[in-house]
Design a binder for this molecule. Structure first.
Ligand code: ADP
Ligand code: NA
Length: 330
């Protein structure tokens, strides 16, 4: 039987991905390649719904794709591509916009939040129709499953409604996708503030381990990680969030059960744990960092990989769009 089709869009991101993104999400995306038919789309069309700097957007789009490839997204087992390289996304979005109610779109809470944040002048029609483009992204590929956080749940509901509406008006065309709730994934906390999730929007950079940090910087960040006044290396997130976070990272990176780590560090100091952990993390991230830099310095190779992804995506997307055009009377 065919593998389930999973569509996941990622925003072109300015900075390097961090250890939370990597251990909490990317590692799972890489593993999923053996079980599903994954479509990973760098959503640059979505990125311009708020004002962008063109040169920056171009770099960010490539940088994001490069990090996914470097982390193990395989251009053969996955379809990794840039949204604007496949015109069918914008074309289907137009058709879907003509079956989307204005009132229905107006109820999207993310639009209300974003437009309130950006102000009336900076609120564009593109920002308003963003969820319709997202529906097109998903429906073009007969997607079975869409990983969605809480902020995208309403948009997936709209996608399902639009698919059903189109199907009942024009005949069975789209698969109605389901939300995908990943198995429990690692949750990584800020090294300086171990009760807050590691996040690119952290106040300070020193608790954030980036894939692209220099190894010396990574070692320094672990060395100065916040712990507690005890001396015991014991897993207890409630009373020892710092040490527990370090043990979690260690266990996730190496596959060693936490109990085994507690045992092997019995009677040893926090400094030992931090030093060893920095080493295993650097060892894990170094090839990813090297490959990302290599791809960023070799535009021809990155272009080739992205063109290959766009070809694979376009073949599927164009077939669906042709069916849609036929059904609406083009
Ligand atoms: P950020 O929180 O830094 O803004 P995003 O919201 O862009 O990160 O998240 C991208 C992906 O990385 C999501 O799948 C999210 O669940 C995952 N992720 C982000 N931060 C962490 C974290 N600290 N621990 C585990 N997973 C995380
Ligand atoms: Na976030």
């Amino acid at each position: 039987t065919a593998r389930p089709i999973v569509f996941s869009g990622m925003q072109p991101s300015s900075g390097s991905l961090h250890l939370g993104n990597y251990l909490g999400a990317l590692v799972n995306w890489v593993a999923l390649q053996d079980e599903v038919d994954p479509i990973y789309c760098v959503v640059d069309l979505h990125a311009i719904t708020v004002a962008q700097d063109p040169a920056e957007l171009r770099t960010q789009t490539r940088f994001t794709a490069a990090q996914y490839l470097a982390a193990g997204i395989d251009p053969e087992r996955s379809t990794l591509f840039v949204q604007s390289h496949v015109p069918a996304h914008a074309e289907l979005a137009w058709v879907l916009s003509t079956i989307t109610g204005f009132g229905e779109a107006s109820r999207m809470t993310q639009f209300k939040d974003k437009s309130a944040r950006h102000g009336a002048e900076a609120t564009t029609v593109g920002l308003f129709t963003y969820p319709v483009l997202m529906a097109a992204d998903i429906l073009l590929y007969d997607t079975n499953l869409v990983p969605v956080g809480d902020d995208q749940r309403q948009h997936l509901e709209l996608t399902r409604d639009l698919a059903g509406r189109f199907n009942s008006r024009f005949g069975e065309t789209f698969r109605v996708p389901e939300a995908y709730i990943p198995e429990e994934a690692a949750r990584i906390y800020d090294l300086q503030d171990p009760t807050s999730k590691m996040s690119k929007s952290a106040a300070s950079d020193s608790g954030l381990v980036r894939l692209l940090d220099d190894p010396a910087v990574t070692a320094k960040k672990f060395k100065s990680a916040v712990t507690d006044a005890e001396r015991e290396i014991r897993y207890d997130p409630a009373t020892k969030p710092g040490i527990s976070n370090l043990l979690d990272i260690y266990s996730t990176v190496t596959g060693t059960p936490i109990a085994d780590l507690e045992q092997s560090y019995a009677g040893r100091g926090y400094g030992d744990l931090k030093k060893d952990l920095a080493e295993v993390v650097v060892e894990r991230l170094s090839p990813i960092r090297a490959r990302t830099l290599e791809l960023m310095e070799d535009p021809a190779e990155l272009d080739r990989l992205l063109a290959h992804g766009a070809d694979k995506a376009a073949e599927r997307a164009e077939r669906k769009l042709a069916d849609v055009y036929d059904r609406v009377g083009f």
